[in-house]
Design a protein. Structure first.
Lengths: 114, 111
């Protein structure tokens, strides 16, 4: 399997649930990212990891908790979300920093919070 | 925060027509990127531009890095049904290497 793989593709959860999104990249890249995509808006960068270390957290609420156990895997743990958190969550990877190397995206997890 | 103004927001065109979209900003960029997102998939890089004035083609797609370094455009010639999707511009700011995204242009081809 190649590229960036995200699971699940779709997720419906209540506001009191706890769930996790998973991302795996098979490209040998050093950096991984979580983005939030809402309709008709620019992609919103949430978290950046370089060599497993978090290097950026763009003022994301604590109900979103990332985890990067190694350079190939990235998780986003979700708890007590709000309906406005419903969106497409995209994982991406790059060889170097995102401003210097192209991003490779997964197909996203469509999250609906009820 | 910094913004890229991408226009138009959406386009309804006939198959075979040429398409043009652009991104502008008040900030200076050292890289411009154009991505396409097909329905149900993540964005895929189409063209990368690294130098002011650069004109680069990828098949029927042509993109240019504006000479002022504050804008870029993407043209698609002779559109076909598989061109439908959302096209995003993204720019790397010269001041801090931050990657900024446009809000996308949704391309719809009229049957």
């Amino acid at each position: 399997e190649t590229g960036v793989t995200q699971t699940p593709r779709h997720l419906v959860m209540g506001m009191t649930n706890k769930k996790s999104l998973k991302c795996e990249q098979h490209l040998g890249h050093n950096a991984m990212y979580w983005y939030k995509q809402s309709a008709k808006k620019p992609l919103e960068l949430m978290f950046v990891y370089n060599f497993k270390e978090q290097t950026e957290n763009n003022s994301v609420p604590s109900r979103f908790s990332p985890e990067c156990p190694n350079s190939s895997h990235l998780f986003l743990h979700l708890h007590t979300l709000q309906p406005e958190d419903s969106a497409l969550y995209l994982c991406a990877s790059s060889q170097g920093r995102q401003g210097q190397s192209p991003l490779h995206f997964g197909n996203g997890t469509r999250l609906t919070v009820t | 925060g910094q913004q890229l103004n991408q226009s138009p927001q959406s386009m309804f065109i006939q198959e075979g027509e040429d398409v043009s979209m652009n991104c502008t900003s008040s900030s200076i960029f050292n890289t411009w990127l154009w991505y396409k997102q097909d329905p149900g998939e993540g964005p895929v890089l189409l063209i990368a531009l690294y130098k002011a004035g650069e004109l680069t083609s990828n098949g029927r797609l042509t993109a240019q890095f504006g000479i002022t370094r504050k804008d870029s455009f993407l043209n698609i010639s002779a559109s076909i049904p598989s061109d439908v999707g959302i096209y995003f511009c993204a720019g790397v700011m010269d001041s801090n290497y931050q990657l900024i995204w446009g809000a996308g242009t949704k391309l719809i081809i009229k049957p």
